[in-house]
Every structure is written in structure tokens, then in C-alpha cells.
Design a binder for this molecule. Structure first.
Ligand code: NAG
Ligand code: NAG
Ligand code: NAG
Ligand code: ZN
Length: 417
């Protein structure tokens, strides 16, 4: 913890303390907590100076896009909100929908936890979302009022397009349409992290693009006179880990494990990074479990109900009876190598490489961003897994800072809890 606090800057003014200020939640997918260490990032540094930079934030398990973003929006652990994977699946029909098509399966997202947009709208606020995971779905009959879902085959790295989207959100949605809350998503530096690895020059270049974008966002906010009423949180869903370029014999390929056979499996979710799930056929659970357990030195195999409780990834009917996850550096394949990523995520959320960037306040778990956002928007939160007691330590009340009007900036204090 000493380490964490050493690298936390601030405190400085970040959040305006009065209720009903506006809030912009920004996610840059796969922005590992330490990506600003080997690249010059003047705009992110400026934001840390003006506010507070947490060393990192701990994402939920599994550390992938849809589950993690939905934790940001709901303050719930993955086993509680039910968006357990990027891939939607049906074990009866064997059907799978990949990340993009899964965005449109309402019943997948609307599983009892309301994202903050809906809660805020019900309490009279105006909300919007651009490209943020979960935007396309309908929740208890409602969608986020103002939204833009990306087209199916979208280039997530085009900086010109990023700027057009920012102009729309700041100039159009916040300024003209007077929205109170917007979530804004960018698909990088995740893609370059996968393709070239987290230590590559391509990743460093993309971090520069992200940094320019942060500068652009803050300039636009200034231009529209919103600086004193708009809070900004910049975060992400997970980090990135280098995949070891090992020989074939060292790779985790389930069909190579003695005693394991796909003929015992009714449904599988494999070839998707370091996490897999299996539904064995009737009466085969123990056999499959025994074969896989100890079957590879870097493969962790759990019966669903025996998953470590700290991962909060066991108590949901959508989770399959056997859950597999690999040690850092490894991916899990079914019967042959289909994965060629140099970087990946999905690993144990205790791994430092999975930790996420968080600019504004911290350090704490991602489940606690939700109660913080509700506080900043002045709305009552839904039931959640976050620690709201942290907030009152982080935000000094208006009187304490001697503010004379509604939009006074407050000091954010780092707590160690
Ligand atoms: C899976 O498909 C079966 C058969 O069509 C259907 O009865 C069931 O409701 C589906 N489950 C989900 C989660 O869509
Ligand atoms: C959540 O999904 C599970 C499995 O698909 C289903 O059994 C359960 O009824 C759903 N709960 C709610 C509140 O939608
Ligand atoms: C980037 O986006 C802009 C604006 O949408 C578009 O005009 C341009 O063609 C795109 N560039 C590339 C290389 O796709
Ligand atoms: Zn990714």
C-alpha cells in the first residue's frame, strides 16, 4: 500500500461537490495502470496535477470488456450483475454471439442490475452514452435516452473519428442538450496491446494518441464553458499482459492433456484468452475435473462453487460447472492453437498487469466507482457492492473548502481503506 500512496499525486481540486453537477465517464479500453510510465503524457499528467491520480484501480474478475464495464456502470461484482463474459451463449442450442452481437441481447444485460443511466433518468437526470459497452440494451423497458452505438465493423482507432465523437458529446450532448451524465468509450489501446503486446512501440504510440485526446477533451470542455460544472473520470476496464511466445509443448491445449476428451463435453467456451468454461456431459463432471486438474502447470481448474471467493465469479447460473484460468503469460486453447495475440487479459485481477488506470480518485476497487458517480450526480444508488464510506473520506464538503457558490471545487483526499 505504501507503494500505491507514493505514486498518488494530489490532492487537488477535481470534483465539484454540489449535487447535480455534470459527469463525464471516459473509458480507454485496456489502458494498463502503468502505461504512462514509458511515454510522455503531458495531458494525463496535467489532469493528475489538477486532480488526483490513483496508482491503479482493481478491475473485477474476469478482467474483460463487457463484464468489467458493466461493473463500472452498476457497482456490482460480475457474479451479481450477470454479464459474465463478452460472449453470449446458449448451452442447449450451442449458439454463441461474439462481443458485438452480444450487445443487442437485452436479456443478457438486463439481469437484475440497473446501469447508472437508467437510475439517473428515473431520478430526473438526462443521460447519454457513446459506444460504451451496454449502451445498446434495454433495461426494464428503458434505454439510455441519448445514445450512439458503433456500427458492426468499426475502426476503433481512428483519431479523427474520436474527435468528431468528442465534439458531439461535449458540444452537442452536454452543452446544447444539457445532459447530466455521459459515458464515453474508446476501443484503444486494447487492440494494439493484443496485436503488438503491451511493451511494443505501437502501444506507446497509441498511448500518445490517448493523451492527445485527453487534451482535446479538456480543451473542448473549456471552450464550451463547462469546466466548472463538469466532473471527469478517466478509467478503463482492465490491463494487458504479455503472452509468452513458448514452444507448442508448453502451450495450454486441452486436447493434449491425458484423460481429457471433448467427447465428455456438452458445451465449451474456449480459445478466448486465459479463461475458459466447460459444461461436461451428464455424469462426466468428476472425470473431466480430475483429468484437467494438474493437467498443465499453468492451468488453474475449479469447480464453479469452489472458485476463490475473492474473485466473485461463482455465484451465477450462467457460469458453467468448470471454470479454467491460466497463469500470466498463457492462453487456453481447445484442440489447436487459434490464438496469436502478443498481449491478453482476462487473468486474475490480483495480477498487477490487469490493474487499470484511474484518474480522479482512488485507490480502490472498480465496484466503488458506481457509488462515487451516484454521489457526484446527486442520485440515490441502487443496491451495489461498492464501498460508499470511501466517498465521504475522499470528498471534503463544500463548507470545508470555503466555497461560495454551487460549483465550488472540492479537494479529493486519498484514503487507505
Ligand atoms: C437456450 O435455448 C433453449 C432452446 O431454444 C431455450 O429454451 C432457452 O431459453 C435458451 N436459453 C437462453 C439463455 O437463451
Ligand atoms: C438472470 O439470468 C439467469 C440465467 O439466465 C436467470 O435464471 C435469472 O432469472 C435472471 N434474473 C433476472 C433478474 O433477470
Ligand atoms: C477516419 O474517420 C474519418 C471521420 O469519420 C473518416 O473521414 C476517415 O476516412 C477515417 N480514416 C480512415 C483511415 O479510415
Ligand atoms: Zn481486449
Amino acid at each position: 500500500l505504501a507503494n500505491i500512496l507514493d505514486s498518488v499525486s494530489g490532492p487537488g481540486p477535481v470534483f465539484t461537490g454540489s449535487p447535480r453537477n455534470k459527469l463525464l465517464l471516459i473509458s480507454f479500453d485496456g489502458f494498463r495502470w502503468d502505461y504512462d510510465r514509458d511515454v510522455s503524457t503531458p495531458h494525463l499528467d496535467k489532469m493528475a496535477q489538477d486532480g488526483v491520480k490513483a496508482a491503479y484501480i482493481t478491475p473485477p474478475f474476469i478482467t474483460i470488456t463487457s463484464p468489467s464495464h458493466f461493473t463500472l456502470l452498476t457497482g456490482r461484482h460480475v457474479e451479481n450483475h450477470g454479464v459474465i463474459h463478452n460472449i453470449w451463449f446458449n448451452t442447449t442450442t450451442q449458439e454463441k454471439k461474439q462481443y458485438y452481437m452480444a450487445q443487442f441481447v437485452d436479456s443478457y444485460w438486463d439481469n437484475g442490475s440497473l446501469p447508472i443511466w437508467i437510475t439517473a433518468q428515473r431520478q430526473g437526470l438526462k443521460t447519454g452514452s457513446l459506444h460504451f459497452p451496454g449502451t445498446a440494451a434495454t433495461y426494464q423497458g428503458e434505454t439510455v435516452a441519448v445514445r450512439q452505438v458503433e456500427p458492426r465493423f468499426y475502426d476503433h482507432s481512428n483519431e479523427t473519428d474520436w474527435r468528431l465523437n468528442i465534439d458531439k458529446v461535449i458540444g452537442g450532448w452536454f452543452n446544447q442538450q444539457d445532459l447530466d451524465f455521459v459515458s464515453l468509450y474508446f476501443g484503444e489501446p486494447d487492440t494494439v496491446g493484443h496485436k503488438y503486446g503491451p511493451d511494443s512501440p505501437e502501444r506507446r504510440d497509441m498511448v500518445k494518441q490517448v493523451d492527445r485526446t485527453v487534451g482535446y477533451i479538456r480543451d473542448k470542455i473549456q471552450e464550451h464553458g463547462l469546466t466548472d460544472q463538469l466532473n471527469i473520470i478517466i478509467t478503463t476496464d482492465h490491463g494487458m499482459n504479455s503472452i509468452l511466445q513458448t514452444g507448442m509443448s508448453e502451450k495450454i491445449i486441452l486436447s493434449n492433456i491425458p484423460g481429457f476428451s471433448f467427447s465428455d463435453i456438452k458445451f465449451q467456451l474456449l480459445d478466448y484468452g486465459p479463461v475458459g468454461m466447460l459444461l461436461p456431459k451428464e455424469g462426466k463432471l468428476e472425470k473431466v475435473y480430475q483429468a484437467l486438474k494438474g493437467g498443465h502447470p499453468h492451468l488453474n481448474v475449479y469447480k464453479k462453487e469452489e472458485m476463490p471467493a475473492r474473485l466473485h465469479y461463482s455465484n451465477h447460473p450462467r457460469l458453467l460447472p468448470l471454470i479454467l484460468f491460466a497463469d500470466p503469460g498463457y492462453a487456453i486453447s481447445g484442440s489447436r492453437q487459434l490464438q496469436f495475440n502478443k498481449g491478453d487479459h482476462g487473468f486474475d485481477n490480483e495480477l498487477m498487469d490487469m490493474k487499470a488506470i484511474f484518474r480522479a480518485v482512488g485507490p480502490f476497487d472498480m465496484v466503488s466507482v458506481y457509488p462515487l458517480m451516484c454521489h457526484l450526480l446527486g442520485i440515490n444508488p441502487e443496491v451495489n457492492d461498492g464501498d460508499s464510506s470511501i466517498i465521504k473520506h475522499m470528498l471534503v464538503s463544500q463548507e470545508d473548502t470555503g466555497g461560495e457558490h454551487d460549483a465550488v471545487l472540492v479537494t479529493v483526499i486519498i484514503t487507505t481503506s
